[in-house]
Design a protein around this ligand. Structure first.
Ligand code: URA
Length: 438
């Protein structure tokens, strides 16, 4: 088999065989196919697409490039949730303890943030002592004892994706539906859960610009997961403004604690929607019984206690969960409205970029994160504001990046005359039974 023939075949829009796909995935992972040939092939895929059979073969080859975790020893239902990424997206951390209270295991491997998106692992590390690098044995032990644990992705989980993603990032080949699909699903299928809920985001802070393309991506991922024998569904959700009103590392943990204490905001609505769909997917709940279990986990205080239990089991200081005022937060500044009107639009990615400028995110992998900085949104799309009203609070460390961050946030929030249409959290849900619109 020859890589040049495979590039030619894709360039002329022919379907590749599973053997050809395995050949280039394995060859690129072991270094026998160089970056320049893989780049040409990835661009041909971006331009000419892949059939469902090709996308499945690519997912399968990437999934088997490293370890495939076996969770069967846990002896129960193991659920996973994956978000395609966004701003203020702290859903996973609020969800894990709630689901554990509902009797399912959550054994989650998460990533770090890069660019304008935050990472679950960075947020957790803002809790003093929290260990995101447990050994496999300890990870399983915490999941078994507590019901949930969250660690960083292990090095040998879908290593082909790590190499291919790094190349896509610098060759303009990220936004290809089959490539995103194979990238996400190879990691999900390798991490060993039996029930998966994908949260596919669209809008100014997401990969997918509109709900229609997000639904197309979601439907393909659901089809691949179902072919691999998983119970799988996907929600298409809005990322046109930050999900949590708290954006930043320690600040997002505080936002999660608010939700676990029952504060009803956008993050709460999203967590509720994901939890209900995930619990119903397991087959142990209907949407109605799932709602009852969700409310009981929060209102009884059990979900907050479970979060503290997980933090303690992973060597973090659980006192911070009951006393969030212990988190060290930077100095406060504000961004105010310069006119009366309605908040009509936000560029969510620029709010993420503002947090990065303050030191709360990474421009390169080796950057060190300042957990104390971030932004608290005081308005959402549709809110009426008066000139001088606070749009958001900006928390900084000694003025680092402050003026740039304030300008970014100010420009990211549009105040206009017309009240905008209502922004729903979810646009659609899709699983093997079909699509349900919201
Ligand atoms: N997230 C991933 O893990 N991979 C992609 O290709 C895009 C988003």
């Amino acid at each position: 088999m020859n890589i040049v023939d495979i590039i030619e075949k894709k360039k002329t829009k022919q379907e590749l065989t599973a053997e050809e796909i395995r050949f280039f995935v394995n060859g690129f992972t072991d270094g026998s196919i160089p970056d320049y040939q893989m780049s040409a092939l990835l661009m041909a895929v971006l331009l000419n697409g892949m059939t469902d059979a090709e996308t499945f073969a690519m997912t399968d080859a990437m999934l088997h490039s490293g370890d495939v975790v076996d969770m069967s020893a846990l002896g129960g239902t193991v659920v996973d949730k994956h978000s395609t990424g966004g701003i203020g997206d702290s859903t996973t951390l609020a969800l894990a303890p709630i689901l554990a209270c509902c009797g399912v295991y959550v054994a989650k491997m998460s990533g770090r943030g890069l660019g304008f998106t935050g990472g679950t692992i960075d947020k957790l590390e803002s809790i003093p002592g929290f260990d995101t690098a447990l050994s496999e044995e300890e990870f399983f032990d915490v999941v078994k004892r507590v019901g949930c644990a969250v660690i960083g992705q292990t090095a040998n989980l879908a290593p082909a994706d790590k190499k291919i993603y790094a190349l896509r990032d610098v060759t303009g080949t990220v936004n290809s539906i089959p490539l995103i699909c194979a990238s996400i699903m190879s990691k999900k299928l390798a991490s060993g859960s039996d029930t998966i809920l994908l949260d596919v985001k669209y809008g100014s802070g997401a990969f997918m610009p509109d709900p229609e393309s997000a639904l197309e991506l979601a439907s393909k991922m659901v089809a691949i997961g179902a072919l691999a024998g998983k119970r799988i569904g996907a929600l298409i959700t809005d990322m046109q403004q930050p999900l949590s009103d708290h954006v930043g590392n320690s600040l997002e943990i505080i936002g999660i604690i608010d939700v676990l204490r029952g504060k009803k905001n956008r993050l709460y609505s999203e967590v509720r929607e994901v939890a209900l769909r995930l619990l119903a997917l397991t087959g142990k709940y209907t949407l109605q019984t799932a709602e009852k279990a969700f409310c009981e986990a929060i209102e009884s205080g059990k979900a907050l206690n479970k979060f503290a239990e997980m933090v303690q089991a992973q060597h973090g200081d659980a006192d911070y969960i009951f006393h969030p005022e212990k988190f060290e937060i930077g100095a406060r500044d504000v961004v105010v409205a310069d006119r009366d009107g309605y908040v009509t639009q936000m560029v969510a990615a620029d709010i993420g970029r503002a947090v990065t400028r303050l030191g709360g995110g990474r421009m390169t992998k080796s950057d060190v994160i300042d957990f104390s900085v971030g932004v608290i949104m005081r308005v959402a799309i549709g809110n009426k504001v008066k000139r001088g009203d606070v749009l958001c609070e900006v928390y900084h460390n000694g003025g680092r990046g402050l003026s740039e961050a304030k300008q970014l946030v100010f420009n990211a929030i549009t105040v206009g005359d017309e009240r905008p249409a209502e922004h729903k959290i979810a646009y659609a849900y899709v699983d093997s039974n079909g699509v349900e619109m919201y």
